[in-house]
Design a protein around this ligand. Sequence first.
Ligand code: CDP
Ligand code: MG
Length: 583
Amino acid sequence: MQFSEINLSPQLIEAVEKIGFSELTEIQEKTIPLLLEGIDVIGKSNTGTGKTAAFSLPIIEKITEDTRHFVNALILCPTRELAMQACEEISKFSKFKKFVKPVAVYGGASMDRQIYALKNGANIVVGTPGRVLDHLRRRTLKLQNLSTIVLDEADEMLNMGFREDIEAILAQIPEERQTVLFSATMPPAILQITKQYQTDPVMVQIQSAAKTVDSIEQFYVSVPMGRKTDALHLLLTDKKPASTMIFCNTKKMVDELTEVLISRGFPAIGLHGDMKQAQRTQVMNSVKSGRSTILIATDVAARGIDVKGIDMVFNYDLPQDHEYYIHRIGRTGRAGKTGTAYSIVSGRKQEYELRDISRYTKAKITEVPVPTASVIKENAITSLKEEILESCAMEASEDARKLAQSLMETGISAEDILSAILNKRVADTMKTLPLFDIPRPISRKRNDKQEVRNTVRVHINVGRKERMAPNFILGALVDATGLPGSEFGKIDIYDKFTTVEVPTDEADFILDAMQQEKINGHKVAVKIHEERPGKGRRDEHFSGNRERSGRNDRRNGKNFDKKGSYNNRRSSYNGRNKKRRNG
Ligand code: CDP
Ligand code: MG
């Protein structure tokens, strides 16, 4: 449906057309008529589907010469950026309806300026719950004539702990009002709010997950633990996205990754919830101006922020919530454009998580190899060739031609001269690339002849008391590490703990991979096993340099007859073929 076909006044239609909208999005088409009629609406649709215009246009439409002198509508948003962004959008929509005055109020900014704006004719207020409440308490914001309240990104506001503030605000506004709620997800807490504060609401759900995701090509790479940053480096170098967003799950990770990418020469910048307002504005300016083309962010910080022209999204960490995957990758491929998303996973567990996400989103996520240095080099050489042939078509400068002639006079062949010049160019493209020639952990198999490898025992704090069985333990190890079952040696199950013999050179990797693992539903702690002194085994204390055969001989000695001993290497168990354990 075209904007011109909808029941909005010409000034508004002119304004949206000027911005470049022609077709209404689905959520707009379904909610705008209801909102114009004053009906309470619950709108659920993905990020980037045009919810801002959906609730703003009816609000702007309904403000008249008669009602312009007080606050008609209040829009609550979870973050300052969202409040600012929505406020800017509303200004654009009301370009030809001059008496509509939106103002954004949010924490971390001058109270005075907000008070001034509120006093001087603001009739739409967009704000974060905390600051809105603050203004209500100071009586610098008066809502007795309010006709519409919008809870935008309601799920996120609840996630961020704004529930009490929101309820305090709802308690202070006229009962005769329109209550509108927009959210990308509908957890039970939202439905509770709806029940309590809305009157005969109409629920509009847009099932656009598949549609949104359809226009986005989705890939993943699987890399060994600790190699995600290098893989990202190679992907960024090979794919050369013009503008990209990288998602991490924690603020710490955002900071660390930003620092590394900057140190490697990428124009990266980080955004997270801990930043001061001035800092966040700076970040967004840097991204909007194109100075930083790589934005690294957490879900909460990035929620709802509308950065234009993202052509690639990376999941450095997989999102904890499946729906977040859709929101993240929805940042690219907006408004009919196609985009690309890459997820970087490490270990079996994350591969399974990604498989779940793919099942949930019904999207095909294809595994691709991390571009190797040689692929990157090949591409670089191809584009260098194109570049040179292009310059051949242009007139060379007098100086260049003179230099060429004098080089040819030396008697060195043209090919040798050219090779010498290109040598450096090719070397330059390659010099900063990380080495990445271990494609996947799975293939770190070694052949039997080259061992004898040293082993060490790792200690897992679950045992017979927790009804552990060797196959649970081995399955978890194989899952978490991606190593073949044959890498693990003897598994000894004691009452309160279990030890597993592992190759010394994989021990750190294994400890790392086992962090936060669960075995048969038990969260476990894994460390290097400290052999108990005083039982004639002092020689093994802290060791790890023994040969495997010697170890096994001793292990079969009398100290171990009270435990269930299991030698994995003699069994045919292959952990990789088993089904996924507990969720
Ligand atoms: O709030 P939500 O995440 O659903 O999306 P938004 O922040 O309103 O962003 C929607 C994007 O689509 C903005 O860049 C709009 O300019 C654009 N757009 C729209 O909102 N409505 C249309 N009919 C066409 C484009
Ligand atoms: Mg929004």
